[in-house]
Design a protein around this ligand. Structure first.
Ligand code: AHM
Ligand code: MG
Length: 312
C-alpha cells in the first residue's frame, strides 16, 4: 500500500496557476491513455509501422500516430492553449484563442525504435508563453530558457511523470490501482560525479574527433560505465536519479545532430538544469525552425563542460 498521498492535481494547485495546472493535467491524462495502449501491446493493435513518412523523413510507427492523436485530442479542448506543435505534425496547429496563455510542443512517443520490442519509451513536453502577436509556427521559435514548464512521462516498469518548473524538478509515479499520479520524489537533484556515459558509440567514428578521443580516453581508463537504451527519456531518467552524462552530438553524416531542439532537447535540458545539471548552451539557442535538430550533451555539470569544450 502506498504511503504517498499528494496527487498531481493537489501538487499543481499548490505550485502553479490554474491555467498552467490544467495544461499539465491534460498532458497527464493523455499519457495515461497512451500508457494503456503500450501496456496492451500487440493486443491493442498499436504495434508495427505505417506506410506514412513524417516531416522528419522517418517512417511513422502506428503508436507514434496514435499517441499524437491522443495528445492532440486532450490539448485541443483546453482554452489556455493557443497552439500546439508535435514531432508528428508538419506545422503548428493553431486555435483561434487570442487570450490563451500557452503554447505546447511535444514528442508524443519518444524512442520509437523501442516500441515493438517492449522496451521503455516516453512522451516529452515543453510549455512556452504564447506571444501577443499572431500565432503561427514562428511563435514557437523561443529559446529554451523561456519555457514555463517542461517534463516527460516514462513508460517503463513504472509509469513516472517528471515535471520541471523554474527551480524545481519533481517526480510522480502512477498508482497501478487507481492510475492516479502521486508525488514520489520531491526536488530531484542529479548526483554529481557519476561515471556513466550514455551515448550510441556506434557513431563514434563520425563524432567530432576531439570528442570521440575524450570519450575513448574515459572508457580506456576503466573508470566509466556505459548505458544506452535508445529512448532519451529512459537514458535521461537514469541520469536524473544516478548521475552521468548523455550525448547525441553532431556527427559527419548528421551535421545538424539527430535530436530535435524544440520538443526533445529544450524540455530535457530544462529538466536537467533545474535539477542542478547542465545542458551546455542548448537553452540559449535561438530556434530557426519548428523541427530543427541540434547536437545535445546533458547531465553532470563537470562532464558536460569537458565534452562541450571538445565538441567543435
Ligand atoms: P524518436 O523521437 O524518433 O524516437 O528519436 C529520438 C530517439 C531518442 O529517444 C534516442 O536518444 C535516439 O533517438 C536514439 O537514436 P539511435 O537509434 O540512433 O541510437
Ligand atoms: Mg523523440
Amino acid at each position: 500500500m502506498t504511503t504517498h498521498s499528494i496527487t498531481l492535481a493537489h501538487w499543481l494547485a499548490l505550485h502553479t496557476e490554474t491555467a498552467l495546472a490544467s495544461v499539465l493535467l491534460d498532458l497527464a491524462h493523455a499519457s495515461t491513455e497512451i500508457a494503456g495502449l503500450i501496456r496492451g501491446g500487440a493486443l491493442t493493435g498499436a504495434l508495427g509501422s505505417l506506410d506514412n513518412v513524417n516531416v522528419q523523413g522517418e517512417t511513422q510507427k502506428r503508436l507514434d500516430v496514435l499517441a499524437n492523436d491522443i495528445c492532440k485530442r486532450h490539448l485541443a479542448a483546453n482554452p489556455a492553449i493557443a497552439a500546439i506543435a508535435s514531432e508528428e505534425e508538419d506545422n503548428a496547429i493553431v486555435f483561434a484563442r487570442p487570450d490563451a496563455a500557452y503554447l505546447v510542443a511535444f514528442d508524443p512517443l519518444d524512442g520509437s525504435s523501442n516500441i515493438d520490442v517492449n522496451v521503455t519509451v516516453g512522451t516529452i513536453f515543453s510549455i512556452l508563453p504564447a506571444p501577443a502577436t499572431t500565432i503561427d509556427d514562428t511563435a514557437f521559435l523561443q529559446s529554451g530558457h523561456r519555457q514555463v514548464a517542461a517534463g516527460y512521462v516514462v513508460y517503463g516498469p513504472q509509469i513516472c511523470l517528471l515535471l520541471a518548473l523554474p527551480g524545481q524538478v519533481v517526480q510522480f509515479t502512477a498508482d497501478p490501482a487507481s492510475g492516479e499520479f502521486l508525488l514520489t520524489h520531491d526536488r530531484l537533484s542529479i548526483p554529481a560525479g557519476a561515471r556513466v556515459i550514455s551515448a550510441n558509440v556506434s557513431n563514434q567514428s563520425r563524432w567530432p574527433p576531439d570528442l570521440a578521443a575524450t570519450i575513448q580516453q574515459w572508457l580506456d581508463s576503466g573508470d566509466y560505465n556505459m548505458r544506452w537504451v535508445g529512448s532519451m527519456v529512459a537514458d535521461i531518467h537514469r541520469i536524473l536519479h544516478q548521475g552521468g552524462v548523455f550525448l547525441y552530438p553532431t556527427q559527419s553524416d548528421r551535421p545538424q545532430g539527430k535530436l530535435r531542439l524544440l520538443y526533445e532537447c529544450n524540455p530535457i535540458g530544462f529538466i536537467i538544469e533545474n535539477a542542478q545539471g547542465s545542458a551546455a548552451d542548448t537553452l540559449q539557442t535561438t530556434p530557426t525552425s519548428l523541427h530543427q535538430r541540434v547536437g545535445f550533451i546533458a547531465g553532470d555539470q563537470e562532464a558536460v563542460t569537458t565534452l562541450s569544450d571538445h565538441s567543435t
